[in-house]
Write a protein that binds this ligand. Structure first.
Ligand code: F6P
Length: 400
């Protein structure tokens, strides 16, 4: 789905420029993450050796991507071949497309800690302790308590607050927190706000189907679920399909286990939060809320390359809400687009109207007006793209 035009006007983002954001992810964030994972589990020498090797290989600008280990199943290898391992494995981590290299890093990290087994660490999510700590944080509990007050507000106020809760929940991402300075220096701001379009696509009682492609677990997934409950309860959606990752990915990305944890967290809460949890639990039993774990959710590729079955699934949506930074990169393509490229241009291939709810944590951005881009660049320098202080709600409100 990539055209020569894309390559010329918007080259793919790579990590081979020292000082750039992607270079820093490979050189600084990934080592910090490996250290955090080591500290969180009593892994044995085998896992530590594998983590050492991955650390050496993936942070050395002269190092090359090693293949998946022999234990990786035939099917998995074939899948990664379809996703481009033949082209990238054996070459530099830094010269590969950033999206490809970063995704492969997570796949290899899971291997290093024995996630794909066989062995005692099989199926043990190396990011689970961080996800759980976040769910149990005082902030997470305080967020739930605000629902009692919100329930007394007019429905429109509730809708706006829940949409914004889901949007800004994306800032709680754990990977992002690894190197972020806690006190932001700029005020949070919505750089594009198509929320009126979003609501106009979901008239109550029209039998709408909403797909929500989740991003992070914990303090992002909980507000996503609250938004889903609102959509179902007020008939903006007759049916919601929640897409999560089939296995751990990008530190805090949500898996089915994380959905279960979030639902239990809600169900066990008092007041409105508890009632919401019970309603969502029932919605799964009646099929009004269902889960998807397509393997392509963990692919190192943009959605423009999605397989036919996933395309057909998304085509059933009245609206597909894609959460977070990584989904944004995959939706528009992880490319150095001019920031003023209209949002419908790189998303024209998507089989249903897409809505991106994203805080900005990496370089790629489209759909801004010239004045906004100019003001941000002159007042903040290039970091406005990556600090997570800014966000967008962008909607392409037409079918392809
Ligand atoms: O959780 P989100 O919002 O998808 O953010 C993930 C982002 O974090 C990073 O992995 C950097 O830590 C980006 O490269 C990536 O796009």
């Amino acid at each position: 789905m990539t055209t020569e035009l894309d390559d010329a006007s918007a080259p793919e983002i790579r990590s081979n420029t020292p000082g750039s954001f992607p270079y820093g992810v490979l050189r600084e964030r990934h080592p910090a993450l490996i250290q955090r994972v080591r500290n969180a589990f009593p892994y044995g020498p085998e896992q530590h050796r594998a983590l050492d090797a991955l650390l050496r290989e993936s942070t050395d600008p002269a190092g090359v991507m090693e293949p998946l280990p022999a234990e990786a199943g035939e099917g998995d290898r074939e899948q990664w071949e379809r996703w481009g391992s033949g082209e990238h494995v054996g070459r530099s981590w830094f010269d590969a497309p950033f999206l490809w290299a970063e995704s492969y890093f997570y796949r290899r990290l899971l291997d290093a800690v024995g996630y794909f087994g066989p062995g005692p660490w099989q199926g043990v999510d190396p990011f689970r302790p961080f996800k759980q700590a976040e769910l149990e944080s005082p902030e997470a509990h305080a967020e739930l308590a605000t629902l009692d007050r919100l329930a007394k507000e007019p429905q429109e106020t509730q809708a706006r607050a829940l949409l914004h809760g889901s949007l800004w929940g994306n800032r709680a991402d754990l990977g992002f927190q690894l190197t972020r300075t806690p006190a932001g220096t700029t005020s949070s701001a919505l750089l594009a706000d198509d929320s009126d379009h979003l609501w106009s696509l979901l008239p109550p009682g029209a039998g709408n189907t909403v797909h929500l492609v989740a991003d992070n677990a914990g303090r992002e997934l909980v507000p996503d679920l609250l938004l889903i409950d609102h959509l179902l309860r007020h008939a903006h959606a007759a049916r919601v399909i929640l897409h999560v990752k089939p296995h751990p990915y990008y530190v805090s990305d949500a898996t089915p286990t994380d959905v279960l944890d979030a639902l239990n967290h809600l169900k066990q809460a008092r007041g409105e939060a508890g009632e919401t949890g019970t309603r969502l639990w029932q919605a799964t039993a009646t099929g009004h809320l269902s889960l998807r774990t397509h393997p392509f959710a963990c692919a190192p590729l943009p959605y423009a390359s999605m397989p036919d079955d996933l395309r057909a699934d998304f085509a059933t949506a009245t609206l597909t809400i894609l959460k977070g930074d990584l989904n944004y990169r995959r939706l528009v393509g992880d490319r150095a687009w001019p920031a003023t490229t209209p949002f419908p241009t790189p998303t024209s291939y998507f089989p249903s109207p897409p809505a991106a709810l994203r805080t900005l944590k990496s370089d790629v951005i489209v759909g801004l007006d010239e004045k906004t881009e100019h003001t941000l660049t002159t007042t903040e320098g290039p970091t406005w793209r990556t600090t997570g202080e800014h966000a967008v709600i962008q909607v392409r409100h037409t079918n392809p």
